[in-house]
Design a protein around this ligand. Sequence first.
Ligand code: ADP
Ligand code: MG
Length: 245
Amino acid sequence: MPRPMLEIVGLEKKFGDTQVLRNIDLRVREGELVFVIGPSGSGKSTMLRCCNRLEEPTSGAILIDGMDIVGCNTRALNRMRLKVGMVFQGFHLYSHMNAVRNVMLAQVKALGRSRDEARERALEMLDRVGLRHRAEAMPSELSGGQQQRVAIARALALDPKVMLFDEPTSALDPELVGSVLAVMKDLKASGMTMLVVSHEMGFAREAADRVVFMDGGVVVEEGAPEAIFSNPQAERTRAFLARVR
Ligand code: ADP
Ligand code: MG
């Protein structure tokens, strides 16, 4: 069985007195795509952000390929953050840099690659998301779907061990969603380990190995997509799925 690439163990998160995550246990094995669904405010983004300590967990452990990102010192943290690629709803590209420079930047700054090496890798990753021909385009000249694919290329260029996606298609016009999901499907096919928060249930049915339903800061249930969508066990899961369908 493939080894766990991302393990969340007993994760708790409080903002002041408000407990947002309670005793979250979640494991993503190498090459798995785990899909997270749940109502707004259930803690999905907070959980993802804890995985590279954009949020500081209150307690618990998060292991990236066996190394705990919660207990480690700043130097180890900076190194481990590079192993966790993150793609958000908004693309956060630098508007004054063209696509290829956006994909080069962190490679040079964080990994210390030479500009030539970074450029070559950037073009390779842009090719992978179907945008090599747009390498010199500025973000403003790209559609939202293309900008999100540049953001995915930027994350991939750092050679992450796991990719986290937080509602990657929620800001896109409907006709642009498919191109981003297609890139994610390719990634999965190439063996990338992925944790995806999304409302694209059709995509989950096609591409996810497991679906996790969260509500009120806890994992309510998890299982194969077919089991969760067709035969949810918990009343809360049933109610949620009835609302989003
Ligand atoms: P989801 O992504 O599932 O919609 P979030 O993780 O964004 O949920 O939010 C979970 C809960 O945590 C919400 O009640 C939200 O208001 C709260 N929350 C998120 N970030 C903060 C913060 N920085 N300070 C205080 N409360 C927060
Ligand atoms: Mg969210």
